[in-house]
Design a protein around this ligand. Structure first.
Ligand SMILES: [Zn+2]
Length: 158
């Protein structure tokens, strides 16, 4: 096996997230809660040369198929990324992530007074007011939110 085969190791079943903006790979892992605890093989490649003087990050997760919820998160963090679903070494689905008009539940509103942060069980809803600048607006308190500073909901709250 050549060294290049190791870095671009093909996977049998799972998800390849490609074309992640350089430097966003780690954020994507965090947002999708990919931490290796499930025991799946995860390959992370950062700063991979991509075209003319460009670089990208790539994440491969074996034995896990990304859900729509996850795809929405990707759209906010790495809007240029593509999601490739691999089954039995074959590419069975290629999804381009697209930013929805509204984002439910993914992020917490940064306003501590916001009703979505109270003990009442109200989940956040944010309107995407600027798709290219990734500006969100909380539907409950109208605060304008910077995506890069928002905290994510945890999937498994105990
Ligand atoms: Zn709010």
């Amino acid at each position: 096996m050549q060294e290049s085969d190791l870095t671009v190791r093909r996977i049998k079943d799972g998800t390849v997230i490609d074309h992640i903006d350089q430097g966003k790979g780690i954020k994507v892992l965090e947002a999708l809660e990919i931490d290796g605890k499930e025991g799946n093989v995860i390959t992370i490649a950062l700063n991979v040369p991509s075209g003319k003087s460009k670089k990208k990050d790539i994440i491969k997760v074996e034995n896990r198929y990304l859900e729509d919820d996850d795809t929405n998160k990707l759209a906010v963090i790495a809007p240029k990324s593509t999601v490739n679903i691999i089954k039995n070494y074959k590419l069975v689905q290629k999804r381009r992530v697209s930013l929805p008009n509204e984002i439910e539940r993914i992020f917490r509103c940064s306003n501590p007074e916001c009703v979505t942060n109270s003990t009442e069980h109200i989940e956040s809803t944010m309107d995407v007011v600027d798709k290219s600048g990734l500006v969100l607006k909380c539907r409950y308190c109208s605060r304008i939110l910077d995506v890069n500073k928002l905290k994510y909901y945890q999937k498994n709250l105990e």
